[in-house]
Structures are given as C-alpha cells and as structure tokens.
Design a protein around this ligand. Structure first.
Ligand SMILES: C[S@@+](CC[C@H](N)C(=O)[O-])C[C@H]1O[C@@H](n2cnc3c(N)ncnc32)[C@H](O)[C@@H]1O
Length: 267
C-alpha cells in the first residue's frame, strides 16, 4: 500500500474530502466541519504528549505535513516529518515555502518499517493514522522503540478494526481492501506496544467520534461526486465509495474505531 497516496486520483480525492489532515476528527457537537474536527484530534493528542521547545519529534507517515507544522509552530519543537509518498512530500515542502514555523521543521523520505536514524535520538515518535498501511505493525513499533531515547514517548492513533466482532465476510472484505497489511484492533495495538517494551500511559476510546466521522466523509463524497467524477478516475471513485459505505456501517456497529494511545519507553 506504500504507493497508494502517489496515485493522482487518490491524491485528488483525499485532498478534496479530508482536507489538510488525512485522519479522523474529534467532535464536540457533530456539527463541526471535518477539517475542524481533525485539527481538534491533533490538539488532544499534542496536549496529551505535551512537547516543548526542547523536544525532538519524529513523525512517520506525515501526510500533507499539517500535524508536523502544528507541532513545530505551537510548541516550537524540532520536528522531523517523514513519509513514503513522494507526492505528499512535495505538498509538505510546498507548504514550507509559505510560512516558516517557529520550531525547526524538516521533511524526509522514510519507511516506518526501517527508519534511517540512529538508536535513542528522539524524545517522541508520532504516528497518526498511518500504521494501518503497515505490512508488519510489530516491526513499525519496534522501530519506534529503537529510535526513542529511554523515557521517550510514542503517540499512535489509527484507523483500527475490531476484527474480533466481525463476521467472516466482513473480515474478508477488510482484508481485501488492506491487502498485504495486518488488520488490527485497539486490543492488538495495546498488546503490540506492550510486547515491544512500551508502557501504555493513556488510551482514548474514540469509537463515537469514528462513527460521526465516517458518516461525514461518506456524505461529503456523495455530495461532491459529480465534481470529483471529472477529475478522479472512475474505478478509484467507485472502490472508495464502496469501502467508505462499508466503514460507515462497521463504525455504526462498533466494529471500527480510531483509538489513540500514548506509550512510554522505560527509563
Ligand atoms: C491516512 S494517511 C495519514 C497522514 C497523516 N498522518 C495525517 O494524519 O494527516 C496515511 C499516511 O501513511 C503513509 N504511509 C503509508 N505507508 C507508509 C510506510 N511504509 N512508511 C511511512 N509512511 C507510510 C502514507 O503515505 C500517508 O501519508
């Protein structure tokens, strides 16, 4: 799935529907826009981590660079944001040309399964709805553990599937959409973090927000269908709509969430 976001149709679709963040939102009323709720999710995660101007942060799977920019601007942190998508990295760097954040901010190509950085150099490792694409999630978490200093913190939120609650047909459908990756539930994420040696400090169950968010992105896709059909190839549009209809139903049935974990490498 590592070239998924490099496809022109997928890039256009995500930019139009999800906006500057390709992650779920946290909703107070449900009337917020997708963009505002997604930004609110980042704020909750950042406040839980509470970095400062001395913090050296690594973001993996950084999308359009919006969270990295926020962490650098709001906290003055030194942020190294990484991604495998060349198309998204281009967008990240174009954004850099517009305004220089207070902290130091760099974008580099890196696969989160094999980070090109030495052991123990980061205070925090941040992965927001990116590990869903991982072929080997335990390996991604092992890399996080390796590059963090003792006492360093891992911040993870993800598009997670409660496969334990699914029918065999539902599970097969999710596996087909995420072919080559591991389908994992919030319980799996906690276990993988603990198995790697992390101590889980916080766990937010964001199931209710996932339900609201899935309904909103599906409604926006259907509302913009005519406009998008002129720019996005028909197979991409059709398979995305099918998947998002399925995700909305799974979220309604509490079989899909996007929980958030904060974990710490022991000192
Ligand atoms: C759903 S987007 C989330 C983007 C961003 N974190 C955000 O919240 O807006 C998933 C991201 O994971 C990245 N990704 C997929 N496979 C990856 C890999 N092997 N290593 C690093 N990033 C990867 C994609 O390129 C994309 O930027």
């Amino acid at each position: 799935m590592s070239d998924h976001y490099d496809q022109a149709g997928v890039d256009r679709l995500y930019a139009a529907i999800w906006g500057p963040n390709i992650h779920y939102g946290v909703y107070q009323t449900g009337d917020e826009t997708i963009d505002d709720a997604a930004a609110a999710a980042t704020v909750v995660m950042a406040e839980t981590l509470a970095p400062n101007a001395e913090s050296k942060l690594l973001e993996v799977g950084c999308g359009y660079g919006t969270t990295a920019r926020y962490l650098a601007e709001r906290y003055g942190a030194d942020v190294l944001a990484t991604n495998v998508s060349k198309r998204q990295l281009e967008r990240c760097r174009q954004g850099l040309g517009m305004a220089l954040p207070r902290g130091r901010l760099r974008f580099e190509a890196a696969d989160y399964h094999a980070l090109p950085y030495p052991d123990g150099v980061f205070d925090a490792w941040w992965c927001q709805e990116a590990m869903v694409h991982a072929e080997d999630k335990a390996q991604v978490i092992a890399e996080a553990f390796r590059v963090l200093r003792p006492g360093g913190k891992a911040v993870v939120s993800d598009h997670m599937f409660w496969h334990e609650r699914m029918t065999p047909d539902e599970f097969a459908m999710v596996q087909a959409r995420y072919a080559g990756t591991q389908v994992a539930s919030p319980a799996d994420y906690r276990r993988m973090l603990e198995d790697a040696g992390f101590r889980v400090l916080a766990h937010h169950d964001w199931q209710a927000h996932a339900t609201t968010h899935r309904r909103k992105v599906l409604a926006k896709l259907e509302a913009l269908w005519g406009e998008l059909a002129a720019e996005v190839d028909a197979p991409t549009l059709a398979t995305t709509r099918d998947a998002w209809r399925a995700w909305a139903k799974l979220a309604d049935e509490q079989k899909l969430s996007f929980d958030f974990f904060l974990a710490q490498k022991p000192v």
